[in-house]
Design a protein around this ligand. Structure first.
Ligand code: GLA
Length: 393
């Protein structure tokens, strides 16, 4: 069932398709949600654990195969049309929306998947550049739509891996696997527990009968995010090299547990020690949070959120004033837990709270944030979440 907003987006997409490309016959329309990470931050590229969930904002894409090898796509968000040839795909300058679609096509062609030319329309209501994975959602939606339109029969895990490859090799962002994976494999009413090394995963029911989740968008431009992200990755690699000298079996920080970390931590340079300390403890928190969720203990999940934020702020150093302010305001207003979510340096915080305090808490955050920073945060109540699916047109 689509709610009002979703039905409106779907009919807009179909109308614009008709306007741009004629009859909608043979159209495949799919929806892929964005994501919010509950816990397990900066662990995916360290081959560790993550526990994200999909959200109630999504990217919609309608695709129809053509008989030649040309592609033409229209973005409703940017009111812009782009065209290219499947056998000569080039990156557009800057962070252009079409790069995500082109990147997926390039990766699919290189992987030997039998796609031809196509035309389509894309539209989404995942806030862009807010750390809720609008890009991963677009990559996954494109992969899924082409999979369905051309009958590729792609395995979902492989589809997620190909989406990430498009981001790494074509778009040029060195992200981990978390975003594309949860956007493709996350399920309604569940969070996804993923082992980023084996890609083994489990959809865990969100047991939140008396609790709710809020996403709070700082609306801070994440200018530092890309360079700092790459720097953190380099520091983690440095930590791996230093641990390897002590324990040759260590291939990634995933292989370092708390006991090993404590044994060798004094031999590490300060920054590297704190970065590794975050990753090692965060992996342990993910396992604890998954257990607590399964045991129907959201208060404990919340406690782990606060600990995760402390570690991200003090040791991984990827928070910012606005995120810290939201977390502290949430704490003061009775939240069970709150933390920054995603890469950091802006973007969003995720808050877990009992339903009886949720409305007041949301208002407190809004009022205090406006007073302090002179702008309103974006607040999304996560009362339902979506999954990647085909929508009948
Ligand atoms: C970004 C990346 C993810 C992950 C997070 C941090 O969202 O795209 O792969 O590394 O940062 O947890």
């Amino acid at each position: 069932m689509l709610d009002k907003t979703q039905s409106e987006i779907v009919s807009q997409v179909v109308d614009v398709f008709k306007r741009e490309f004629g009859s909608p016959e043979g159209l495949t329309l799919v929806r892929t949600p964005g994501r919010v990470n509950l816990i397990g931050e900066h662990t995916d590229y360290n081959e560790g654990y993550v526990f994200p969930t999909t959200i109630n904002r999504a990217v919609y894409i309608a695709v129809r195969p053509r008989s030649d090898r040309s592609c033409a796509y229209y973005s409703l968000n940017f009111q812009d049309r782009a065209t290219w040839e499947l056998d000569d795909i080039r990156r557009s300058e800057g962070p252009h929306w079409s790069n995500y679609i082109k990147g997926v096509m390039k990766v699919l062609v290189e992987a030997g998947c039998g796609i031809g030319g196509s035309e389509g329309v894309v539209c989404g209501d995942v806030p862009i550049a807010s750390g809720l994975s609008s890009s991963a959602a677009l990559e996954v939606a494109t992969t899924f739509a082409l999979d369905k339109a051309f009958g590729l029969g792609l395995d979902p895990v492989r589809a997620a891996v190909l989406g990430r490859e498009a981001e790494n090799t074509f778009v040029g962002v060195a992200c981990g696997i978390m975003d594309q994976f949860v956007c493709r494999l996350g399920r309604k009413g569940h969070a996804l527990f993923l082992d980023c090394r084996s890609l083994g995963y489990e959809n865990v029911p969100l047991r939140l009968a008396k609790h709710g989740l809020l996403i709070v968008d700082t609306k801070v431009k994440r200018e530092l995010a890309r360079s700092a992200y790459n720097q953190r990755r380099a520091e983690c690699e440095e930590a791996v090299r230093l641990f390897q000298a002590k324990a040759p079996g260590v291939k990634a920080l995933r292989d370092v547990d708390l006991a090993m970390f404590n044994r060798y931590k004094d031999d590490l340079p300060d920054a590297v020690r704190r970065r590794a300390g975050h990753v090692v403890s965060e992996d342990a928190r993910v396992l604890d949070a998954v257990r607590a969720m399964k045991e129907d203990d959201p208060e404990n999940v919340g406690r782990l959120f606060f600990e995760s934020h402390r570690s991200l702020r003090e040791d991984y150093e990827v928070s910012c004033e606005e995120l810290d302010f939201i977390v502290e305001t949430a704490r003061a207003s009775g939240a069970s837990g709150a933390r920054l979510t995603g890469a950091g340096f802006g973007g969003c915080a995720v808050v877990l709270a009992r339903k009886d305090v949720l409305a007041g808490l949301s208002q407190d955050i809004e009022v205090h944030y406006v007073r302090k920073f002179g702008k309103a945060p974006g607040i999304i109540a996560l009362n339902v979440n979506y999954e990647t699916d085909v929508i009948a047109v």
